[in-house]
Ligand binder design. Structure first.
Ligand code: BES
Ligand code: MN
Ligand code: ZN
Length: 495
């Protein structure tokens, strides 16, 4: 998709389709008013006929409107004017893009003129780009007959001339974030027989080449040398060899301590010997979405050439049942030296993350954020809207919450109280890998907290947000927008 910034009145624009907004109560926006005047009241006549009220998400396409150069006009409902905010703006953009008729190759959008509290043209344009890219994403389906490419390939965003520079910067930011989101979606959507640990390692190497990151992909022997007994315990039930991927973006001051992102990369989670029920098990191909979000975020910051030091660590393997697989009752020794009684082999995410979190210590991080499709319990607690956020440092939690709000990729702060820790007690090892049904997402975070005492740390449980089920099954690319925004804001502060 090609985005451009343009100035001028809508009625004069040569375009396959003009997009203008209408508030509830058939109230025309300025751009819609211009069209109304140029067309000798054709727009208000259509509204008067009752074809459109202006309800949020509603759309109406008009063809060959007299007095207007463009071939079509798409009216998009904006809802109540008094309530209009960023959320409505994003929804209206999405509805409009989705409602464009098939033949439209170029669209011209007149929606950034709408005033939104606490927003500016830079953010409005960036969000428009992100939403448009999200709405037009196409899965690389593996079918005998290739899907036809979408005809829509150009979007012109109309702004007032003095806003041009800010708007251009908005396109850049929006495209950088979208490219990371798109990569995270693509990786998540791949079938697990293609997206293996080896494949993820190759993708990391490809990214590194493209953007100049430093990259290391450690194999099983090297992981053994590090003493990652917990990670290797999970990997031992699979024919696919594990990988530990380490990416480094070194564009900050040499002395600047890096932010470290750690992503769970289980390329398929059967549950292992504590095997999962069959229904919907295919969705466990998405159990590497934490890893995908780290790779996606690296793509975004690579695109932006973000002036900051960032490290990405991805432990990746399959969780399979096999004669060699770990069993309930097995005790593993983690890289930290702490021992773990495996009471359920399906609580494998924490087992691979704990060693990666210990490994993170060597970078003397300013902060470590891990991202994981960690618990079904998180989905029960929060549903599919926010990611669960846990942290040993309130200031870091606040930074991430704000980044989530700003990027519309929200998280919700969950407790990490000492009171929950005893649920992990084991008679036979330093800790058990599960803490019972109560507060399952919290005890999972408690488990990780035992490996992150040496630095500021936050954990994002993305089990409910990384992909959608049902008819619209597919990766969401979350939380790439949150993570990228978090890093962008940190880089700005460091300046
Ligand atoms: N990858 C799953 C978590 C998951 C399940 C995410 C369903 C999204 C949808 C994780 O490895 C897992 O299996 N967790 C268990 C933990 C339990 C055994 C303590 C769970 O949530 O059931
Ligand atoms: Mn599991
Ligand atoms: Zn899992």
């Amino acid at each position: 998709m090609e985005f451009s910034i343009k100035n001028g009145n809508p009625e004069k624009q040569r375009s396959d389709c003009l997009i203008v907004g209408v508030f509830e109560g058939r109230k025309l926006t300025d751009a819609a008013k211009n069209l109304d005047v140029a067309s000798n009241k054709a727009i208000s006549a259509v509204l008067k006929n009752g074809d459109m009220e202006g309800k949020l998400n509603s759309t109406l396409v008009l063809h060959q409107v007299a007095g207007i150069v463009a071939a079509r006009v798409l009216l998009v409902g904006l809802g109540k004017q008094a309530e209009f905010g960023e959320r409505h703006y994003r929804q209206a953009v999405r509805a409009a893009i989705k409602a464009l008729p098939k033949g439209v190759a170029s669209a011209s959008i007149f929606l950034t003129e709408l005033p939104i509290k606490k927003s500016d043209i830079h953010s409005k344009v960036a969000q428009l780009v992100e939403v448009a890219m999200d709405a037009t994403y196409q899965v690389n389906a593996i079918k005998a007959k290739k899907a036809e490419p979408k005809t829509l390939n150009k979007i012109a965003i109309y702004v007032a001339k003095p806003e041009n520079t800010q708007a251009e910067a908005g396109i850049k930011l929006g495209l950088a974030i979208s490219s990371g989101v798109c990569l995270a979606k693509d990786l998540g959507n791949l079938p697990p027989n293609i997206c293996t640990p080896t494949y993820l390692g190759e993708q990391a190497e490809k990214l590194a080449k493209q953007y100049g990151f430093k990259v290391e992909v450690l194999d099983k022997a090297e992981i053994e040398k590090l003493g990652m007994g917990s990670f290797l315990g999970v990997a031992q039930g699979s024919k696919q060899p594990p990988r530990l991927i380490v990416l480094q973006h070194q564009k900050g001051n040499k002395k600047q301590k890096p932010a470290v992102l750690v992503g769970k990369g289980i390329t398929f989670d059967t549950g292992g010997i504590s095997i999962k029920p069959g229904a919907d098990m295919d969705e466990m191909k998405y159990d590497m979405c934490g890893a995908a979000s780290v790779l996606g975020t690296f793509k975004s910051i690579g695109e932006m050439d973000l002036p900051m030091n960032v490290v990405g660590i991805i432990p990746t393997c399959e969780n399979m049942p096999d004669a060699g697989a770990i069993k309930p009752g097995d005790i593993l020794t983690s890289m930290s030296g702490q021992t773990i009684e495996v009471l359920n082999t399906d609580a494998e995410g924490r087992l691979i993350l704990c060693d990666a979190l210990t490994y993170a210590e060597r970078f003397e991080p300013s902060a470590v954020v891990d991202i994981a499709t960690l618990t079904g319990a998180c989905v029960i607690a929060l549903g599919h809207h926010p990611s669960g956020l846990f942290s040993n440092k309130d200031a870091l939690a606040k930074e991430l919450l704000e980044a989530g709000e700003v990027s519309h990729d929200r998280a919700w702060h969950m407790p990490l109280w000492e009171d929950y820790q005893q649920q992990l007690d084991s008679n036979f090892a330093d800790m058990a890998n599960i803490g019972g049904r109560a507060g399952g997402s919290i005890t999972a975070a408690c488990f990780l907290s035992r490996y992150t005492k040496k630095y500021d740390w936050a954990h994002l449980d993305i089990a409910g947000t990384a992909w959608k089920s049902g008819k619209e099954k597919g990766g969401t690319g979350r939380p790439v927008p949150l993570l990228t925004t978090f890093l962008v804001r940190r880089a700005a502060k460091a300046k």
